[in-house]
Design a protein around this ligand. Structure first.
Ligand code: FMN
Ligand code: ATP
Length: 286
């Protein structure tokens, strides 16, 4: 899979290079079951038409840009994880448009012309609530006419869980309430974040969001080995591993993944007191 960052400077070059494709559209933070339905629908159409599958997303999040940085978005995954998942799904090209004020003020028709038609898109796929263009005025009902009737358009119906639309927003809410055990039903897999282990602390990498304070059962994955353990998330958003680990994790500055299985305790004060020594001394897993 090829990942292409689009900005006004390189747009003509990539428009010229682009081949015909079926394109899935959206921001896709966290890649939940609704997003997967959009990608799989687009993949099926691409196979039927014998065309490559492309995805067009944006970065940073429109809410952050349009609030001049005042609204902070708790990203569910960094772009690198999104890239890996899209690659596994069979996406051929992942376009990431630099979302800035100038781009946001494009009319729906201009977006369709410059970013879809001029990119060789013959069929666009997005969810029932996808919007585009200045003030989000474009929607799935008008995408065909915004493209001058050229595009074929497929609208994916709402994917729900327990009567609720699955969305990145509701996953962020579950995280902020510590309900990590609910997330597999929304994501289709458990919630996972990337960290680095420096031999003394677990540091959360940028564009990953911790759940609410509490004590959690997690799986720590170091690439070649994984182990069940517990961690504490403090009110200061620190991530403290508890030393109840079976195998040794020896490497310092290692990239590790934490999969969140269950919250065991909501109130972390007792857990932190029990494990005071963790704060006072540099420790390694035993
Ligand atoms: C060309 C373009 C212009 C946009 N302009 C705005 C805007 O002015 N205001 C806004 O809130 N969102 C704007 N958006 C964001 C969209 O409404 C929408 O949030 C984004 O395309 C992601 O769609 P999704 O949330 O359905 O994935 C724009 C998007 C595009 C593609
Ligand atoms: N539950 C869903 N069912 C069907 N399509 C969906 C669903 N959620 C999102 N989509 C579609 O997936 C694409 C990406 O959507 P987007 O990134 O806005 O997801 P979201 O989960 O709705 O995010 P947010 O909560 O920030 O609005 C869009 O085409 C959108 O319409």
């Amino acid at each position: 899979m090829e990942t292409i960052y689009l900005n006004p400077g390189n747009l003509p070059y990539w428009q010229h290079k682009a081949k015909q494709s079926v394109m899935a559209l959206g921001f896709f933070d966290g890649i939940h079951k609704g997003h997967i339905e959009v990608i799989q629908t687009a993949l099926q159409i691409a196979k039927e038409k014998n065309l490559p599958l492309t995805v067009m997303s944006f970065f940073p999040h429109p809410k952050t840009v349009l609030s001049n940085g005042k609204t902070k978005v708790d990203y569910l995954m960094p772009l690198s994880d999104k890239e890996k998942l899209f690659c596994e799904f069979g996406v051929d090209t992942f376009y990431i448009v630099e979302f800035d004020r100038k781009f946001s003020s494009l009319s729906p028709e201009m977006f369709a012309a410059k970013y879809l038609i001029n990119f060789g898109v013959v069929h666009a796929v997005a969810g029932f609530d996808y919007t585009y263009g200045f003030r989000g005025a474009g929607n799935m009902e008008r995408l065909k006419s915004d493209s001058g009737g050229i595009l074929e358009v497929t609208k994916v119906n709402k994917v729900e869980c327990c009567g609720e639309k699955i969305s990145s927003t509701c996953i962020r809410e579950k995280l902020s309430n510590g309900h990590v055990e609910d997330l597999p039903a929304f994501l289709g897999r458990p919630y996972r974040i990337s960290c680095t282990w420096d031999g003394g602390a677990l540091k959360v990498k940028p564009y990953n969001t911790l759940p609410a304070p509490g004590r959690y059962a997690v799986t720590l994955d170091e690439g070649y080995q994984s182990q069940e353990m517990e961690v504490i998330v403090t009110g200061e958003k620190e991530l403290i591993p508890l030393p109840i680990i079976s195998d040794k994790v020896t490497k310092s500055d290692a990239d590790v993944f934490i999969t969140w299985n269950q919250r065991i305790l909501e109130d972390v004060k007792d857990s932190i007191n029990e494990n005071k020594w963790i704060h006072s001394s540099k420790f390694s897993f035993v």
